[in-house]
Design a binder for this molecule. Sequence first.
Ligand SMILES: *Cc1c(COP(=O)(O)O)cnc(C)c1O
Length: 353
Amino acid sequence: MKKHNFSAGPCILPQEVFQKSADAILDFNGIGLSLLEISHRSKDFVAVMDEARAIVKRLMKIGDDYEVLFLGGGASLQFCMVPFNLMKAEGGKAAYLDTGVWAAGAIKEGKKFGTVDIVGSSKEDNYSFIPKDYKVGAEYDYFHCTSNNTIYGTEMHKFPEVDTVMVCDMSSDIFSNARDYSKFDLMYAGAQKNMGPAGVTLVVVKKEILGKTGRDIPTILDYEKHIGKESMLNTPPVFPIYATLLTLQHLENNGGIEAAEQRNIQKAKLIYDEIDNNPLFEGFAKKEDRSFMNVSFKLLDESKKDEFDAAWKAAGISGLNGHRSLGGYRASMYNALPLESVQVLVDVMKSIK
Ligand SMILES: *Cc1c(COP(=O)(O)O)cnc(C)c1O
């Protein structure tokens, strides 16, 4: 039986994507070869890459001033690629918002390249909210933020106006809501949270911000070099790119980001209403900063833990345990998770007395 998959990542994808990916592994486009055994320079794969790059722009409603790259190394590689490409070699300085473990990971790497100012942090409160009152001036080479904090379940529902280049790690909420993507100069996201299988990272970057640091950037870490080769500087991760394309086509064919956002709002309302109305449970994040993707909560009566755990497992739910650093529970509700799965979880929560 197919489980109700609340995993934080790698995560649920549309069933149709699993089926079509499996088909392509056996016989890609009916060419008598597997997707896994053809050259990335073959016309069949070049078409995949071209369409994957184009569909990202259509979904985000961004123009040709942006370039789309599919890179290896995970979102974590971007923690150093961003400063390498954007922080000035002489007197480089960047502003970071510290909203969780991933943001802190980006900060740690940024410091290796220049001065990092943390303009806001919720660390003292265990990252349970998004800091808001801060200013970022033109003295910074860029501002870096994390739109959704996967572990804590907080999300930026508003972004600041900054006087510099705006960089955002969107790994766990990309394509989940109709934010104005043209507000950002560089966006990146590991595929495995809401977009595809592990192994590829999406980078969307405005060309005009590149080439200004005076740094000698290793070729493989240089966005401009990747752009020059249309994201084929070296062998790209062909399978995750193909499965990502299928996921994005599925999204486009089902009403695009706007329709996905409406479904995500419905799912979030269903579970947060239960958390707020059921005295046995408590949400982790401050209400106004609650994530629509990752819902972190705890059971207030520890004596009910075994009963609750047994009940959700019996209901076919998988992946509900909280991150090891936070404990409790986390229901990750990425685009592909159906409303029915959330209803099953809410029914289980109601059944514990
Ligand atoms: C998971 C995650 C990362 C790390 O992604 P990798 O692809 O494993 O390197 C970075 N940022 C956020 C917000 C994440 O959720």
